[in-house]
Design a binder for this molecule. Structure first.
Ligand code: ADP
Ligand code: MG
Length: 238
């Protein structure tokens, strides 16, 4: 099953093609990385999938439904950005519960779901803290739990670890992998970090200048790069 399809997507800013006839199919339950240098169109593709950006031409399907004309709120997506805006005056627990509360879910259901997610992201003991009392890495783990609370069809992550230092980023990769293995939600991770993509994703789409150069498993890309760009961008993996 295909969770997300982008079909013949074009997005121009003036004469500049940010996305040049991009098509991609993202399998159900996969953790797919959109990997490429700065300016290659990764965020634009993610924003088109989410509905934050309207493509000039092309279509987006989520779980088989054509969502091209739908607002982001109607697409069933969870989103985490590099700079996550937590509600500062709410506890960790209330931040994660927020989306469920506005959907008026039963209290017992909210409580069970929040407990489960905070456990998975290693924040079970931090429920009553406020975001300012968390480290940067803990805050992004809270953001992941919050995005997943409402059981989105797909989870979209745009450089979620980008602002953090190397050790914390590595740690977060492990958390993301664990979370994905537990919750099985189809996840798309935007990153410019080859090592991060190779380490965490089961499929990687390599972008360059608004085009997809190759899509495959980390191993396929490493062993059979489609062209010089992919080879040089992936570089020698240590
Ligand atoms: P990436 O996430 O891979 O770094 P982006 O998708 O953000 O790249 O951007 C791709 C290209 O499109 C960049 O050259 C960027 O400057 C350009 N771009 C993105 N958004 C806009 C915009 N709103 N207006 C003009 N140019 C944009
Ligand atoms: Mg970007």
């Amino acid at each position: 099953m295909t969770a997300i399809s982008a079909i013949d997507v074009n997005k121009h800013y003036g004469d500049f093609a940010a996305l040049d006839n991009v098509s991609i199919e993202i399998p159900d339950g996969s953790l797919t990385a959109l990997l490429g240098p700065s300016g290659s169109g990764k965020s634009t593709l993610l924003r088109v999938i989410s509905g934050l950006e309207v493509p000039d031409t092309g279509r987006v399907l989520i779980a088989g439904e054509d969502v091209t004309a739908l607002t982001p709120q109607k697409r069933g997506i969870g989103f985490v950005f590099q700079h996550y805006a937590a509600f500062k005056h709410m506890t960790v627990r209330d931040n994660v519960a927020f989306g469920l509360k506005i959907r008026k879910r039963p209290k017992a259901e909210i409580s069970a779901r929040v407990d489960e997610l905070l456990e998975i992201v290693g924040l079970a003991g931090f429920q009553r803290r406020y975001p300012s009392q968390l480290s940067g890495g803990q805050r992004q783990r809270m953001a992941l739990a919050r995005a997943l609370a409402v059981e989105p069809k797909v989870l979209l992550l745009d450089e979620p670890f980008g602002a953090l230092d190397a050790k914390v980023r590595e740690d977060l990769r492990t958390w993301l992998r664990r979370l994905h293995d537990e919750v099985h939600v189809t996840t798309v991770l935007v990153t410019h970090d080859q090592e991060e993509a190779m380490d965490v994703a089961d499929r990687i789409a390599v972008l360059n200048a608004g085009r997809i150069e190759q899509i495959g498993s980390p191993r396929e890309l490493y062993e059979e790069p489609a062209n010089d760009f992919v080879m040089s961008f992936l570089g020698p993996v240590a």
